[in-house]
Design a protein around this ligand. Structure first.
Ligand code: S3P
Length: 429
């Protein structure tokens, strides 16, 4: 499916964005492990999170869904049962990596697979530490790619110095640590999103965060909760950037999760001169949530690297769009993790923004952009099958001269199925 976008005349009013993908995955997985009924409100109904809830059902957990409200009948840390067919994770790295951590310590056999993209993403990063804990995982391509088989084993707690700041690795090991024989500590080079830590704490797990280290001790059953999922900063950001670069815009996005380990993009946009006000800040299930009011502004260039990168890793494609229309040279470094996302996002964004006339140069761990407000021209571009590339190009199209056609646009269903409806609500020239 292709979508045509034209220059946006005016952008005012409220935009409703989808629920947080990371927190929705975790709400289903951790609730399945608690003993008794949990309720998840504002669950994200998108391809990735539906893949997780389908897998959890296959593991013998009853989930009753009423639109975006789920009732999950958790059976405790050892209450899952062997699935009778493959656990299909679709496009979702979070589903595959978190479930592998969980299944490594369960007393049964399971097989995980995904779509073409997911079955080419690196799995050694979880298989290696899980094997050190005593886990047994047999993967194709010399133990690196899915499909793979997990043969549940008793696990040993250990300390893991992760070479990569990754919430998926950390969360996989925390899930494995819940059933290990002794405490498990994960130390990251930089802090990645801590939604698992927040949720496990709220459920009564014995978990301690200490700077870049987090330790989980086994032995405590998780207590069921009512979890209200905030809206997703990673979905809101497309409209935050659109509002920031469309002259005269004034936009409200409500109930967005702004957890500090996750919302680095707001810091960067503010440093670029964006006008973003946070209102009604509150703590919901251990997660900081706020309404955001964004007004159009003129953006200046920026260089980003180092510890902030894991805190905005999913927002780099859309930041590239902001950088393309900001005044001057912007640079992104230390972001080579982008090369192993749903697609190689460095290549994809350099290729497609390049087609739109942006002066963008690929470097090994990022890119360099010579920004200029009149940079963007409407052409035919492609999403590379990646939801965040599709949505970033759509925002670029809102400022481009002429029409922008985005091919392979239905891929937004992965994280934000209502995205095109929200875009169609805008006023085009
Ligand atoms: C996620 C962690 C990040 C992020 C992904 C979601 C999560 O991946 O890119 O979209 O929910 O834990 P990594 O852990 O690979 O950095």
């Amino acid at each position: 499916m292709g979508r045509i976008i034209r220059k946006c005349k005016e952008f005012k009013g409220e935009v409703i964005v989808g629920a947080d993908k990371s927190i929705s995955h975790r709400a289903v997985i951790f609730s399945a492990l608690a003993k008794g009924e949990s309720v998840v409100e504002n669950f994200l109904l998108a391809d990735d999170t539906i893949a997780t809830s389908n897998c959890i059902r296959q593991l013998g957990i009853e989930i009753v869904a009423d639109h975006d409200k789920l009732r999950i009948k958790g059976k405790g840390l050892k209450g899952l049962s062997e699935p009778s067919s493959i656990l299909y994770c679709g496009n979702s790295g979070t589903t595959m990596r978190l479930l592998t951590g969980l299944l490594s310590g369960q007393d049964f056999f399971s097989v995980l697979s995904g779509d073409n993209s997911l079955n080419q993403r690196p799995m050694q990063r979880i298989i290696k530490p899980l094997s050190e804990m005593g886990g047994e995982i047999h993967a194709r391509a010399n133990g690196n790619y899915a499909p793979f088989a997990v043969i549940g084993k008793p696990l040993r707690g250990f300390t893991y110095n992760s070479p990569i700041a990754s919430a998926q690795i950390k969360s996989a090991l925390l899930l494995a640590g819940l059933t290990a024989n002794e405490p498990t500590t994960i130390v990251e080079p930089q802090k990645s999103r801590n939604h698992s830590e927040n949720m496990l704490k709220a459920m009564g797990a014995d978990i301690i965060e200490n700077g870049l280290a987090v330790t989980i001790s086994p032995g405590r059953e998780l207590i069921p909760q009512t979890i209200k999922v905030p809206n997703d900063i990673s979905s809101a950001v497309f409209f935050i950037v659109a509002a920031s670069i469309i002259p005269g815009a004034e936009v409200l996005v409500k109930s967005v999760g702004i957890n500090q380990t996750r919302a680095g993009v707001l810091e960067v946009l503010e440093q670029m001169g964006a006008n973003i006000k946070k209102e009604n800040e509150s703590l919901v299930n251990g997660e900081l949530v706020a309404d955001l009011v964004i007004r159009g502004a003129l953006l200046n260039s920026i260089e980003i690297q180092g510890e902030i990168i894991p805190r905005l890793i999913d927002e780099i494609p859309i930041l590239a769009v902001a950088m393309a229309v900001a005044d001057g040279r912007s640079v992104v470094r230390d972001a080579s993790e982008l090369r192993v996302k749903e697609t190689d996002r460095i290549k994809a964004i350099c290729s497609e923004l390049g087609k739109m006339g942006v002066d963008i140069t690929e470097i090994e761990d990022g890119f360099i952009i010579e920004g200029n407000y009149d940079n963007l021209k409407g052409v035919v571009v492609d999403s590379w099958g990646d939801h965040r590339i599709a949505m970033s190009l759509a925002v670029a199209g809102l400022l481009a001269t002429g029409a922008t056609k985005i091919n392979n646009a239905q891929v937004v269903d992965i994280s934000f199925p209502e995205f095109w409806e929200r875009i169609n609500d805008l006023n085009f020239t």
